[in-house]
Design a protein around this ligand. Structure first.
Ligand SMILES: Nc1ncnc2c1ncn2[C@@H]1O[C@H](COP(=O)(O)OP(=O)(O)OP(=O)(O)O)[C@@H](O)[C@H]1O
Length: 310
């Protein structure tokens, strides 16, 4: 199946001469949730704006639903919903009107039943007659999402949708994103909350200094780059790791009563059985053993640091 969004050799050099996107190529499949992760200034917003046809590329091409975003701008733009990072709403307009107006901008016929569904999904229906200025920050962000969904887009871009949104509402937004995916909408989101990407994305793209460092299925990425740690609690603190265990590259925990063993789950042998046997042979008594998987956050920080070191 052809990708719903196809980005090829995209370069964006701003008038200042700054290269914000450096030969970016990326395919986005219909119906997936792709999280775009990257540090501040990496180029996430520039990439989204260029795909949405708001920023003109310096080189390369983008197509959405098979329509070139420059030659066939209107057809491409009709398929796209964009929730921008900045809240740019008319303060004295009523919620329903502002959403209805957005739909009209795309030349779609009036469909109040659709708008009611969208506003109800976003828990905004009881605010439909409120003026934007009367809403809280989280509600305004949901109005932005309602506007972006007003013309029934096939591809929805969310640029940091949960910035400044409380935990409860963030969970509600994730739920909305999942529901949209179930309806077949393709979703691309940027976020600084890595647990958000971990929770809802199918694939992760990491961008740094205008380059895409990787695009990979989340589960595969975590398997490939993830490490596991075994935390071994001892009955009593130790002064140092016994000589007999030195070849295991163990670390000691802060209270010297834990040993931390980092291993690669991809390897055929993890070395766990041997380690536990040798711990027993060294005369150490165990209190408890736990394992933990490194998080996407640790993987992400590692990747970006590697890139920075060049
Ligand atoms: N209009 C512009 N003119 C010149 N430089 C710009 C312009 N817009 C963005 N930039 C620069 O391009 C780089 C990428 O910015 P962009 O907003 O795409 O990053 P981002 O990854 O979305 O960052 P953040 O996480 O902070 O939102 C930054 O260094 C920024 O200063």
């Amino acid at each position: 199946m052809a990708p719903v969004v196809s980005v090829t050799g995209l370069v964006k050099t701003y008038a200042s001469g700054f290269v914000a996107l450096n030969d970016v190529s990326l395919n986005i499949e219909e119906g997936e949730i792709l999280a775009l992760l990257g540090p501040n200034g990496a180029g996430k917003t520039t990439l989204i704006s260029t795909i949405c046809g708001i920023t003109t590329p310096s080189a390369g091409r983008v197509s959405v639903g098979g329509h070139d975003t420059i030659r066939d701008y209107r057809a491409a733009r009709k398929l796209i919903g964009l929730v921008p990072q900045e809240i740019n709403l008319e303060p004295f307009e009523k919620v329903l009107n502002t959403v209805r107006f957005s739909r009209g901008l795309f030349g779609k016929p009036r469909d109040d039943a659709h708008l009611e569904r969208v506003l109800r999904q976003l828990s905004l229906w009881d605010k439909k007659d409120a003026k934007v200025i009367e809403l809280s920050g989280g509600m305004k962000r949901r109005v932005l999402i309602a506007k972006a969904l007003s013309h029934e887009p096939r591809v929805l871009f969310l640029d940091e949708p949960t910035a400044g949104v409380d935990v409860e509402l963030r969970k509600d937004l994730w739920e909305t994103v999942r529901r949209l995916k179930a309806e077949g909408v393709t979703i691309i989101l940027t976020t600084h909350y890595i647990e958000e990407a971990e929770a809802i994305a199918d694939r992760i793209a990491v961008i740094s200094k205008g380059d895409i460092l990787l695009v990979e299925e989340k589960a595969a990425l975590m398997r490939r780059l993830g490490r596991k740690q075994m935390v071994i609690e001892l009955q009593a603190p130790i002064d140092a790791v016994p000589e007999a265990l030195a070849h295991h590259a163990l670390e000691t925990g802060p209270d010297a009563d834990t040993l931390i063993y980092t291993y690669d789950t991809q390897r055929e042998r993890t070395g766990i059985t041997r380690l536990l046997n040798e711990i027993q042979a060294a005369g150490l008594q165990l209190r408890d053993v736990q394992t933990r998987q490194s998080s996407l956050e640790e993987i992400f920080v590692g990747l970006v640091q590697e890139e920075e070191r060049g």
